[in-house]
Design a protein around this ligand. Sequence first.
Ligand SMILES: [Zn+2]
Length: 132
Amino acid sequence: MSQAGETFFTVVGCMDGRVQEPVTAFGREKFGAKFADTITEAGIVGLIARGPDQNFVENLEFKLLVSIEKHHSKGILVDGHQECAGNPVDDERHKEDVRKSVEFIRELIEDKVPVTGVFVVRDGDSWKAEEI
Ligand SMILES: [Zn+2]
């Protein structure tokens, strides 16, 4: 499944290519783990916050449990970001969607590992992840 010494964390976030690197860097630092198991949808926190259907939840739970139980994930990051095409709401609403998603995922995985929310913001030509 994975070799000894390979360490993982988990990202539940937007598919947007601009946020992948800053979120991965944030997670490596936060959890002291190297590899990001990444679960994405367009604007995923909007989907979760507004009440996902059963299939979505079962699929999400399966992926989270693979990451936690097979890869011994050290923690989960949940991200939202500015200028999101998949969840086009203002920043405050988007951050609230992240917080709701963090709570939802904590319950879904029964607090097996820590869950942290981040919001990714434009910083000139690059992007940076901020814990919320
Ligand atoms: Zn997005």
